[in-house]
Write a protein that binds this ligand. Sequence first.
Ligand SMILES: Cc1cc2nc3c(=O)[nH]c(=O)nc-3n(C[C@H](O)[C@H](O)[C@H](O)COP(=O)(O)OP(=O)(O)OC[C@H]3O[C@@H](n4cnc5c(N)ncnc54)[C@H](O)[C@@H]3O)c2cc1C
Length: 285
Amino acid sequence: MKPAPFIRHVPRTVAEAVTILAEVAGKDGRVLAGGQSLVPIMAFRLAKPAHLVDINEIEELGRIASDGKVLSIGALVRHAAFHKSVVEGPLGALLTHVARHIAHYPIRTRGTFCGSIAHADPASEWCLVAATLDATMVAKSTRGERLIAAKDYFEGIMTTALADDELLAEVRLPLPASDTKFGFHEFNRRAGDFAMAAALVSYRLQSGKMIDAHIGVGGAEPFPRRIAQAEAALNGQAPGDKVFRASAEAAAKVIEPLEDHQTTGDYRRDLVRAMVRRALEQAAR
Ligand SMILES: Cc1cc2nc3c(=O)[nH]c(=O)nc-3n(C[C@H](O)[C@H](O)[C@H](O)COP(=O)(O)OP(=O)(O)OC[C@H]3O[C@@H](n4cnc5c(N)ncnc54)[C@H](O)[C@@H]3O)c2cc1C
């Protein structure tokens, strides 16, 4: 099928983009970034936006930068930018590892990091990264700039705290300490498919004991989130099989799994248990 008719706007600056967004927000206007989610749903006429605000000509949004404390990822940074490490240290290596799990190469050359965060598919790898690592979303509109913490940003399946007239201009990821250990594991039936469950973990070691544990689960619930009970099972303990299993069990116990045509809730709970344990094993290597 072909999309329903729409008007395409092509702003050259963020100021211009938010002005147009303010005008079209009440008239079913949408931002167009990489188009890798929006265009297919328009082609199926599941979405019929009357106006598209195409941000692809806004040079300033292609910026990726680190100030030593935070990695700032602009709205036009494509998934493929992370094929190479974008920042020194463990975060750069983690992002490269995660990026390879997103869709297929052609999609990664167009789709954007911020587009994934705006679209908020429950199984999005970047949404899992944002939730687990306590990202900050930078929303811009004619009303000014608003910073939204990850814990307040994700609200439901493909539902976020972004208002219709807001542009997600940037996502900020805190840079972890250089000795932070990361693990990421996801399960899908075919390479490139959306994950049926995924886990991202990080911790540091102090005198042989794990501290500052972050455990995030994605693809299992309406949106990815940190699992405090699984983190509590790690903090203060030495890494090892028994404690990893206890943490994975805690995550599996508290999630409220989605059910769909390919996965029952019980199966997804089993997957979460396995993903958290494998991510922890990977971090410990
Ligand atoms: C076959 C296939 C497989 C895929 N597999 C995966 C996968 O395994 N994992 C995964 O995470 N993704 C997957 N995707 C989705 C892909 O990663 C998309 O690139 C991503 O979800 C959206 O980014 P985009 O830049 O293409 O956004 P678009 O498609 O342009 O937009 C998506 C939505 O977000 C809004 N939006 C986009 N950018 C902004 C912004 N800056 N501010 C405000 N709103 C904005 C749009 O208005 C729209 O509603 C897959 C896609 C396809 C087609």
